[in-house]
Write a protein of this length. Structure first.
Length: 396
């Protein structure tokens, strides 16, 4: 136990979180069992350590961070370890990568039943279906999603500003006023293309090649998160990776040809759709449907989850329009439902809001319709129903 406390102290003292994530204030920390899901690389470990740093002194033994990567837990269950911690006055146990422990959900249930004054905050992969696949946690766990950096967080980090998020309703109604508050402090266009290329994952701050680091992260998503959590045999890994590459290579504007993909990776159509769902859960893909439809129906558009992924997959050429539409969907994905639009609009948001993503510097002028909201890139300002696209990066 002492070794764990030494590690906890070191990690908390050296935790570096220059941008405070908004999720920290969205969580009800009064709950006893809190699950924080997120894809690899978005900062779940840092988030746990930041919570410990904000609420406890590094020497306070009531709080302890542990990582299930530690080989100790191959022979020791979470519940037994939690019992020892609890008996010695422990009250908040922070468990990183909980899915690495066999029978983790059963163990968490034991903790909940046996130690009524113990709070557990655990992190897991976005692939995990906490309640659907773990009925023993129904009614006791509150689940949250930690996302990669928003454009707002990216700007705050690089400029030292403290811009706050806005709701979509506020942006639609008051974007001209909001922009006047932002532009005197920062020029968003100066940072926007950098964010599109390498701003979503916090590890862009590390002194390593970002694309190589992102490729490594993407491989871990498939090799560990999907295979381990979904209990898929290793021999099928190449099929999943090939499927992902082919979808990425096709781009979002070509319809998903399930039959062709099934033939190419030598599997059934049903298996292709299952793999597509796993890649979506892993936050590698986004599936866009017409209003009223959802999985397991065939999507009308398949996009990479965020624009950074587009630039890491060689030799795919990331088109500007595709990158901007990917940013649009990714920015709205957290709190809003995005569906494919008709001929007059790119997307329909929340069932009734029509949006088009357009280039403000396009040589041909588009006819403005009052029924459509135009999100425009290559500009910092907006007017009426024409909103600069970058401002949607302030939704969280």
């Amino acid at each position: 136990m002492e070794a764990f406390f030494r590690t906890h102290r070191y990690l908390v003292e050296h935790a570096n979180a220059p941008v405070r994530r908004t999720l920290m204030d969205e969580i009800d920390w009064g709950d006893r069992m809190i699950g924080i899901k997120g894809t690899r690389g978005v900062g779940k470990t840092t988030f746990l350590l930041q919570y410990a740093k904000e609420h406890f002194d590094a020497l306070d033994r009531r709080c302890l961070y542990v990582n299930m990567n530690n080989f100790y837990f191959q022979g020791q269950g979470i519940a037994d370890f939690a019992g020892k911690f609890y008996a010695n006055g422990g009250r908040v146990l922070l468990i990183d990568q909980v899915f690495k422990q066999p029978d983790w959900s059963t163990e968490l249930r034991k903790c909940y039943d046996l130690y009524p004054n113990l709070k557990i905050v655990f992190t897991g992969s976005s692939v995990m279906r906490l309640k659907d696949e773990n009925p023993e946690l129904n009614g006791i766990v509150k689940s949250y999603n930690l996302r990669g950096f928003s454009f707002r967080e990216f700007i705050n980090l690089l400029t030292g500003n403290n811009f706050q998020p806005y709701t979509l309703e506020d942006i639609l109604q008051n974007h001209e006023r909001i922009i006047k508050q932002i532009l005197p402090k920062v020029s968003p266009n100066r940072y926007f293309q950098d964010y599109i290329h390498h701003g979503f994952y916090p590890f862009f701050q590390e002194h390593r090649n970002y694309s190589e680091n992102l490729l490594k992260t993407m491989n871990m998503m498939t090799e560990v998160d999907i295979l381990l959590i979904k209990q898929i045999e290793l021999k099928y890994l190449t099929k999943i990776k090939k499927l992902f590459y082919q979808i990425a290579e096709e781009g979002p504007n070509k319809p998903l040809n399930i039959s062709k993909l099934a033939k190419d990776i030598e599997t059934s159509r049903a298996t292709v759709m299952n793999y597509v769902k796993y890649l979506t859960d892993a936050r590698l893909l986004n599936l866009i449907y017409p209003v009223g439809q959802e999985f397991p129906k065939k999507p009308t558009k398949v996009m990479l989850h965020n624009s950074n992924l587009m630039y890491a997959i060689y030799p795919i050429q990331a088109g500007t329009q595709e990158a901007m539409e990917t940013f649009f969907v990714n920015s709205l994905w957290k709190d809003h439902k995005v569906n494919t639009g008709g001929r007059d609009c790119s997307f329909i948001v929340d069932g009734n809001l029509k949006f088009r993503v357009v280039d403000a510097k396009a040589p041909t002028k588009i006819r403005i319709s009052p029924d459509i909201i135009y999100t425009r890139y290559n500009t910092e300002i907006g007017k009426d129903n024409q909103i600069p696209l970058w401002l949607l990066g302030f939704l969280y």
